[in-house]
Design a protein around this ligand. Structure first.
Ligand code: FES
Length: 116
């Protein structure tokens, strides 16, 4: 598959130190704005049925809203109990104010949103 990027949000829609839910087909991701840099991970906590987009950002980590488990937003590494399984991270690019993800990392990409 060719390496194409597709738009998932406007940069202005993700405020600094905030999260944003993002759906790509059946996959649900969480976008983060860490001091102006955008990151993306799976949204579902690896410990239970919690949406990380409902958590809060502290010291570069997302704190799960259900049991206060923690993950490093940059690497996806589980950093705080009770979380022990890392979350998947995704490549992110910002171009002309648009937040883009790499289509090669997704099975179900809306082709009308791809940007070479
Ligand atoms: S569901 Fe996230 S820490 Fe338990």
């Amino acid at each position: 598959m060719s390496n194409e990027w597709f738009k998932v949000a406007e940069l202005s829609e993700i405020r600094v130190d905030r999260t944003r839910l993002c759906r790509i087909g059946d996959q649900v991701l969480c976008l983060y704005n860490l001091d102006g840099a955008i990151y993306a991970t799976d949204d579902l906590c690896t410990h239970g049925a919690a949406s990380l987009a409902d958590g809060f950002i502290e010291n570069g980590e997302i704190v799960c809203p259900l049991h206060d488990g923690r993950f490093c937003i940059r690497t996806g590494k589980a950093t705080g109990a009770p979380c022990t399984i890392d979350i998947k991270t995704y490549s992110v690019k910002v171009k002309d104010g648009a937040v883009l993800l790499d289509s090669t990392e997704f099975a179900d990409v809306p082709h009308d949103r791809t940007i070479p």
